[in-house]
Design a protein around this ligand. Structure first.
Ligand SMILES: [Zn+2]
Length: 64
C-alpha cells in the first residue's frame, strides 16, 4: 500500500486553500479530508461529499 494524498490546490475553491493532506490508507485520508472540508470549507459531511473527496485522492506524496 502506497501513500495517498489529496491536495486542495487541485480542488476549485474560492478560498484558494493550499492545504495538502496525506495518509497511508484511504480511510484515514477520507476522515482527515472530511474534517478539513467541514471545518475549513463549510461543507456538510454527507455520503456525496465523501464519494466526491475519494475521486480526488492521488497516489504518492503531494508535490512540493
Ligand atoms: Zn482546503
Amino acid at each position: 500500500m502506497g501513500r495517498k494524498y489529496i491536495d486542495c490546490r487541485d480542488y476549485p475553491s474560492e478560498m484558494h486553500c493550499t492545504v495538502a493532506l496525506s495518509a497511508d490508507t484511504e480511510d484515514e485520508l477520507l476522515e482527515a479530508a472530511v474534517q478539513h472540508a467541514v471545518q475549513v470549507h463549510q461543507h456538510q459531511d454527507t455520503p456525496e461529499l465523501r464519494s466526491q473527496l475519494k475521486t480526488l485522492f492521488k497516489e504518492g506524496a503531494p508535490p512540493a
